[in-house]
Ligand binder design. Structure first.
Ligand code: PHE
Length: 339
């Protein structure tokens, strides 16, 4: 038996490899749980007392030699791989990290916020998942009101209803509930409607709505505010207000801007009229104020709302709304200089 151990010592000393798989096999063979060394240790118990001393010495030697060998092999392996790093060309230029750009929707949103900020409007935000009260009922749209069909709604849960907000007017309700007049706020955000996806419409888009509540706010204040905004954003100075209907405003109007007919594109996008519909607006219905615990005998206000995509498409001459949601960096980067 002692001779056998001596021959294993020789085997260990003679072993050499640069292959990590081979080295692992070597470790298992000698130092593993079922390897030679642990086998010899279990046989040690059965060895005659007279031989125990010599036998123990031999096993301990084998163990020491095997451990040293393993250390040595591992060291030479890591040294070798660090040698490999010498082959890396440190002067080679790195792969460039492409620099992104703001998304056109963010650019337009911030521009609009900025324009209203100059005349004292702050910004307010609210949740995209809304309850029935903030998206409909408080906005003068009680449960069976036919105008609920004006905006095809994605419902999440029934009784009590949870839904994806169909407009950011819900944020205005929240803002009126939490703040006392005077109120001047702009609410940008994403909204959802169950509409077919095409070049001109999508099942989600972005809106920006405005709200102004104070004593003696009149329709002429609304018109002047919109005129200021349109001059700042589009550089145009002619608007017209066409009577319209929204449940939460009375009277309500659709705002058209005079775009002009100076090019073929102007003809196409205005259908030959020169006018472009750009947003909805109106005087806040007294019921809405009362719903938000604002005294409608004391206060009046106006509200307006528009789609950001539509404005981005107009200003940047984008023909298909879907391209705005691709997030293709080659597309987004085109707007870098317009910030
Ligand atoms: N909330 C309306 C919509 O989504 C827009 C609007 C806002 C109209 C405020 C009038 C006043 O279509």
């Amino acid at each position: 038996m002692i001779e056998e151990i001596e021959s294993k010592v020789k085997e260990v000393l003679d072993f050499s490899s640069q292959d990590s798989g081979e080295i692992e096999k070597f470790r298992i063979k000698f130092l593993g749980k079922k390897g030679h060394i642990s086998r010899y240790f279990s046989e040690f118990k059965k060895v005659d007392v007279s031989q125990k001393k010599e036998f123990g010495k031999a096993i301990n030697k084998l163990k020491l030699v095997a451990n040293n060998k393993l250390e040595e092999l591992k060291k030479s392996l890591t040294k070798d791989s660090s040698n490999n790093s010498g082959n890396i060309d440190l002067t080679r230029p790195a792969n460039l990290i492409e620099l992104g750009s703001r998304h056109p929707i963010s650019i337009i949103r911030d521009k609009i916020i900025d324009i209203f900020y100059k005349i004292g409007f702050n910004t307010s935000e609210g949740p995209e998942i809304e309850d029935d009260w903030h998206n409909f009922t408080a906005l003068n749209l009680p449960f069976h009101h036919p105008a609920r069909d004006m905006q095809d709604t994605f419902f999440i849960k029934k009784d009590p209803d949870l839904l994806l907000r169909t407009h950011t007017s819900s944020v205005q309700i929240r803002h009126m509930e939490d703040n006392d007049p005077p109120i001047r706020t702009i609410s940008p955000g994403r909204v959802y409607r169950n509409e077919d996806i095409s070049a001109r419409s999508h099942c989600f888009f972005h809106q920006i709505e405005g709200l102004y509540i104070d004593k003696n706010v009149s329709f002429s204040d609304l018109k002047q505010t919109l005129l200021y905004f349109i001059k700042e954003l589009f550089g145009k100075s002619k608007i017209r207000l066409r009577p319209s209907y929204f449940p939460f405003t009375e009277p309500s109007a659709e705002v058209d801007i005079y775009w002009g007919l100076n090019s073929e594109t102007d003809f196409r996008i205005t259908k030959g009229t020169g006018w472009l519909e750009i947003m909805g607006c109106g005087m806040v219905d007294p019921n809405v104020l009362d719903n938000c615990k604002i005294d409608s005998n004391k206060y009046t206000g106006f509200a307006f709302g528009m789609g950001i995509e539509r404005i981005a498409m107009l200003l940047y001459q984008i023909e298909d709304i879907r391209i705005l949601y691709d997030n293709d960096i080659r597309f987004n980067n085109q707007f870098r200089d317009s910030i």
